[in-house]
Design a protein. Structure first.
Length: 227
C-alpha cells in the first residue's frame, strides 16, 4: 500500500512533499491490467482484467470493478470512477491476483522491496545479554517504510529465542513468525520476527531475523532519515 500507507506520498505522514501542494482529498485511480478473481463458497464470483486500483488518502488501497461485471455481491459505487463499484474485502472467501492468493488488501504495483547485503552493524541485547552483534547483515529498503536490518540466525543467540503464537502477514514478505526472548527469569514477548517462505522479491531475508527496538535494546546502523 505504498502511496497511502507508511510514509507514502498520500499517507498522513509523507516522507517528502508536493510542490505545489495537492488537495488533501485527492484520489488516484488507475487501470489495473491483471486478472483479479474472487471465490465465495467455492464458486468464482469475480473474474476480470478490467479492475481499477484506487489510492485514497488515509484508506487502504482498494479495487474497483465495472458495475456490469458484478452479480450477487454487496457493492457500493466508487464515487471517483463512474460506472465502477467497490466490493467489501470480506464479502468473498478468497481473493486472487494472477493466481496468487491475497490477504488483507491488493498488492501495490508501486511497492518495491530491495534486500542488500551490507556491512551495517546490528547489535541487540536484553539486560546486558547480547542476542546478536555483527556487521554481516542485510538491509531492507521497502517503499514507504523505514529501512531495517535482518541477520542470519547463525549470528544470533537462538538458544534464547522461542517461537511465539504471534503471526502477521505482508503481501511483499509473506507470513511473519515471531520469536520471544527467554532469559529464564524474564520473557520478552515477540522481540524478533522472521519470514520462512517469502515471495521472490524478499528471498534474501528468508529465515533471517529482525529485532523490535521497542522491546529489546537495538543498535542498528541505518541511513539517517529526515522528518
Amino acid at each position: 500500500m505504498s502511496l497511502v500507507a507508511g510514509r507514502g506520498p498520500l499517507s498522513g505522514d509523507p516522507a517528502g512533499w508536493f510542490s505545489p501542494g495537492i488537495p488533501a482529498e485527492v484520489v488516484y485511480a488507475e487501470p489495473h491490467p491483471r486478472r483479479v478473481q474472487a471465490l465465495r463458497d467455492g464458486r468464482l464470483v469475480i473474474d476480470t482484467e478490467r479492475a481499477l486500483l484506487v489510492h485514497r488518502r488515509g484508506q487502504p488501497l482498494s479495487y474497483a470493478f465495472p458495475a456490469d461485471e458484478i452479480r450477487h455481491l454487496p457493492t457500493e459505487p466508487e464515487p471517483d470512477a463512474p460506472g465502477f463499484v467497490r466490493v467489501p474485502w470480506g464479502a468473498v472467501d478468497t481473493w486472487l491476483e494472477e493466481g496468487r492468493k491475497l490477504v488483507h488488501y491488493p498488492p501495490n504495483p508501486y511497492h518495491r522491496v530491495d534486500c542488500r547485503r551490507t556491512r551495517r552493524h546490528l547489535r541487540a541485547a536484553v539486560d546486558g545479554t547480547i542476542l546478536v552483534d555483527t556487521h554481516d547483515t542485510v538491509v531492507v529498503f521497502e517503499t514507504a517504510l523505514e529501512p531495517r536490518l535482518y541477520v542470519d540466525p547463525t549470528y544470533v543467540r537462538t538458544d534464547l529465542l522461542r517461537r511465539s503464537d504471534m503471526s502477521t502477514y505482508c503481501n511483499y514478505k509473506g507470513f511473519a513468525t515471531y520469536w520471544s526472548v527467554d532469559l529464564g527469569d524474564r520473557v520478552i514477548e515477540d522481540a524478533a520476527w522472521s519470514y520462512a517462505d517469502p515471495p521472490p522479491e524478499s528471498l534474501p531475508i528468508k529465515g533471517f531475523l529482525s529485532f523490535d527496538a521497542a522491546r529489546v535494546d537495538v543498535h542498528a546502523e541505518l541511513p539517517a532519515t529526515h522528518r
